[in-house]
Design a protein. Structure first.
Length: 119
């Protein structure tokens, strides 16, 4: 997956078309300005994603001397001998899940006539 990133506002202005093209294709497009990093996102893809109902809450279980963290209904979990190990593994799993969603977001298409997004 290609990522469009500019390390400065000046660089972003010089490559604005590339950033906008990447966002329209559903790719990661970011601009760094000082310490802040901002995402450039196609508004219709964002609207579609935000409108999808989802309120996941992580659950933590201690069992048989180990810890597990999971989000019911999602294929995300982390396990470890300690709580911290389980949380660290969960963070890795969440990052991988986010990467998968980024790829999924880039494959959304419109119906053409209605302009609605579908998977």
């Amino acid at each position: 997956m290609s990522i469009a990133h500019s390390d400065s506002y000046t660089e972003a202005r010089a490559h604005l078309k590339d950033l906008l093209d990447a966002a329209e294709r559903g790719r990661v497009a970011t601009v760094r300005r000082d310490a802040a990093r901002t995402a450039v996102v196609d508004v219709e893809r964002l609207r579609f994603s935000l409108a999808s109902p989802s309120t996941p809450r992580a659950q933590v279980v201690a069992e048989a001397g180990e810890w597990s963290v999971f989000i019911p209904g999602l294929p995300i979990a982390g396990d470890g001998e300690t709580f911290d190990e389980a949380i660290t593994e969960m963070i890795v799993a969440l990052r991988e899940y986010a990467e998968d969603w980024q790829e999924h977001l880039s494959t959304l298409r419109t119906t053409g006539t209605t302009g609605r997004w579908y998977r």
